[in-house]
Every structure is written in structure tokens, then in C-alpha cells.
Design a protein around this ligand. Structure first.
Ligand code: G4P
Length: 288
């Protein structure tokens, strides 16, 4: 499901997202926990307007747990509500739901004062392709698949999915474009598989990944391709790629080795990793 984003598509995606948002109480911005900043759409702030907003760091099972904690502190320091979760198996979803109820507390109280019966909290999920939006929707409605009728004000063909009595979720996510001005972000999105068939060459991607994994998981990189940590000191990334190619038994076919390496990373063979490093929140800076 590769999508080519042209300015016209972007304008349309933005318009559609804003349209869908009208009847929503909370916008859930879904990002990949391995690349929390790189997988954010550059315009979500603007698109969401003054709606309540939550970031979910999805695919937490694939990211480095220590780095997830840092990202959570960072976003919290920015006043953003954030949760790590795994849409695939539902881990973390209960905290997300509890947090959404807490976010709506002021409205619940306002309704109670006016004697209005509380209605379900209306949600929509938003994000770039492949971060897990559809998986999230399916996970939310798992047990309660009832679909409510079309309501006025919702884009034609859109439906609210009932999630118990407490939530209603728009059945289609807001799909936004990925960041693509920055080469490094492009590499990160391609490595994690957010952009699957990119215009980037596999060998460039592999060289970038070698550099990154030397930092984030050197032991696992060594183990998977029979390298030593001395190689990282002594050899250029290009030479390391050639050594990996030989060690994989691919002779000098570094294109094939590059592809294997990237698929290994995507397939989890190099374990859990995070490619975006969280800025240290000002309040947490330690002087040593
Ligand atoms: P989208 O709507 O945002 O485009 O993403 P979608 O739900 O289609 O999910 C994209 C891929 O991410 C899917 O894998 C999905 O299974 C996987 N995914 C979603 N949530 C999680 C999670 O919490 N952990 C992990 N590890 N993966 C998650 P796929 O490769 O398209 O299919 P498959 O691997 O499930 O067969």
C-alpha cells in the first residue's frame, strides 16, 4: 500500500482530517515507538487545532524500553499526554482508555451540572502510514463490533464504531503524509518499514543502518553478522558492509546483503531498538 504524496494529496489528506475532526473529542496521534519524532506528521499540531490530543507510541514491543521511558518523560515535559502501547496484542490499551476518560473529566462534570447524560467519548486516530492505526481500530472494537448508523456531520461513508458504552471511534483513520524533507528521517522510516518501497537505495540504507546499530545495539550487530567491536573502530561502514556480505556467504553481492540486513532489522532479528533519541527535558538535566 505504497502511497505517493504529492502536494495535491497532502492538501486533500489535511482537509479530510480536519473535516473528520469536527465531531471528535480526542485525537489520537499514532506514532512508531522506535522513531517517535520521525514518524510524526509535521502538521498534526495545526490540523488538530484545539482538540484534546494524545500521542500513542505504538509497537512498543519493538522499541528499546529505556528509550520509551525517555520519550514519555520528554513528551510529558512538553505537556503532551502520551502512552506506550502495542496495538497488535492490546498491551497498554487499558491505560490508554483510562487516560482518555481522565481527559474528558471536565466535560463529564460540565454535563453532570447541566443534568445531561454523558455520551460516549468520540475518538479518531491519525498518523502516517504503517504506524498501526488500523490495528489500533481493530483492537479497540475487538469485543464490541456493533456499528452505529451514519450520523449527520460525518463525512459520507464514515461510521462510528462503538467500543463498549464509553467510546465511539471513527472507522477510518486520518492518514497523513510522512516527513520527507530530511534524508535521515527518510532512512529511519525506511528501516522501520514505515516507508517500504522507498526511492532510497538498499545499500545506502544498509550503510546508514550499520552506523546507527553500532550506536544502539553493537553487540547484536556483531552477533548477527559475525563482526567484532574492533571492526567498528578500524573499518569504514562500507568495509563493514563488505565484511557482512562475505560473512553472509553472499561473496561480493553487497546489494543482496544490504537487503537481507534491512529485512533482518524489520523482522526483529536485531532485537528491540530505537532510532530517534529523546531530547533531555530541561527539568531533568543533571549537572555532573
Ligand atoms: P496503518 O493502519 O497505520 O497503516 O498500520 P497497520 O495497522 O496496517 O499496521 C502496519 C503494520 O504494523 C502491520 O504489520 C501491523 O501488524 C503492525 N503492527 C501494528 N501494531 C503493532 C504492534 O503493536 N507491534 C508490532 N510488532 N507490530 C504492530 P504488517 O507487516 O502489515 O502485517 P503483519 O506483520 O501483521 O502480518
Amino acid at each position: 500500500k505504497a502511497i505517493q504524496w504529492f502536494p495535491g494529496h497532502m492538501a486533500k489528506a489535511k482537509r479530510e482530517a480536519i473535516e473528520k475532526l469536527k465531531l471528535v473529542d480526542i485525537v489520537i496521534e499514532c506514532v512508531d515507538a522506535r522513531v517517535p519524532e520521525s514518524s510524526r506528521n509535521p502538521m498534526v499540531e495545526e490540523i488538530k487545532g484545539n482538540k484534546k490530543h494524545m500521542i500513542i507510541l505504538n509497537k512498543a514491543d519493538l522499541a528499546n524500553p529505556e528509550e520509551i521511558k525517555k520519550w514519555i518523560s520528554y513528551y510529558e515535559s512538553q505537556g503532551i499526554i502520551v502512552h506506550a502501547m502495542q496495538a497488535k496484542d492490546g498491551k497498554g490499551l487499558n491505560q490508554v482508555k483510562a487516560s482518555m476518560k481522565k481527559m474528558m473529566q471536565p466535560e463529564f462534570e460540565k454535563w453532570a451540572k447541566k443534568g445531561i447524560r454523558p455520551r460516549p467519548i468520540r475518538l479518531m486516530i491519525l498518523g502516517i502510514p504503517n504506524v498501526g492505526k488500523s490495528t489500533f481500530i481493530n483492537r479497540m472494537i475487538k469485543k464490541n463490533q456493533a456499528i452505529t448508523a451514519n450520523k449527520p456531520g460525518v463525512t459520507k461513508g464514515q461510521r462510528w464504531l462503538k467500543v463498549g458504552n464509553e467510546f465511539e471511534l471513527l472507522d477510518t483513520p486520518g492518514i497523513l503524509w510522512p516527513k520527507f524533507e530530511d534524508r535521515e528521517i527518510g532512512y529511519k522510516l525506511a528501516i522501520t518499514g514505515a516507508i517500504k518501497d522507498s526511492l532510497l537505495h538498499m545499500d545506502d540504507l544498509a550503510l546508514y543502518a550499520i552506523e546507527k546499530f553500532q550506536l544502539v545495539a553493537p553487540e547484536r550487530l556483531c552477533k548477527a553478522y559475525h563482526l567484532t567491536e574492533d571492526d567498528f573502530e578500524e573499518m569504514s561502514t562500507a568495509d563493514i558492509l563488505l565484511k557482512m556480505t562475505k560473512n553472509l556467504g553472499f561473496k561480493d553481492d553487497f546489494d543482496r546483503a544490504s537487503e537481507r540486513f534491512i529485512f533482518d532489522i524489520r523482522g526483529g532479528k536485531l532485537g528491540r531498538y530505537t532510532l530517534d533519541m529523546a531530547p533531555i527535558p530541561a527539568s531533568k538535566t543533571v549537572e555532573d
